[in-house]
Design a protein around this ligand. Structure first.
Ligand SMILES: [Cu+2]
Length: 122
């Protein structure tokens, strides 16, 4: 019985901390900006769609001129890394995550931006 109680206590703690790590709508984290390589309006639509697909993202706005993606989260602890991964997955380099060469090569001609060179750890 004592062991069961302990198990229950551990379970509750794990559940509580998991819930704590998730989005809290009353705490908005705004003005996260990250550099995302791209060229045109098609890139803009693609980048913003990818960013908005990330959980907790309430707003994503990419600027064609500055190449900066502004992201708002509904989370106290935004998962910015997921945004990097999401835009890289649709073919756009960020300064942290490089898009797959194959995905990049399949982008329309007008979207062929200059690849970001990420310093690789040797
Ligand atoms: Cu484009």
């Amino acid at each position: 019985m004592k062991k069961q109680l302990l198990t229950l206590a551990v379970l509750l703690t794990v559940t509580a901390s998991a819930a704590f790590g998730q989005c809290e709508t009353d705490k908005k984290k705004e003005d996260n900006k990250l550099y995302v390589a791209g060229e045109c309006g098609m890139c803009e639509a693609r980048i913003e769609k990818a960013a908005k697909s990330v959980e907790g993202v309430t707003m994503a706005d990419w600027d064609k001129e500055t190449k900066m993606l502004a992201v708002n989260f509904s989370c106290a602890n935004p998962d910015v890394k997921s945004v990097h991964k999401a835009v890289a997955a649709v073919g756009h380099d960020t300064k942290e995550v490089k898009a797959d060469d194959k995905v990049y090569s399949e982008l329309p001609g007008c979207c062929k931006y200059e690849r970001i060179k990420i310093a690789e750890k040797q």
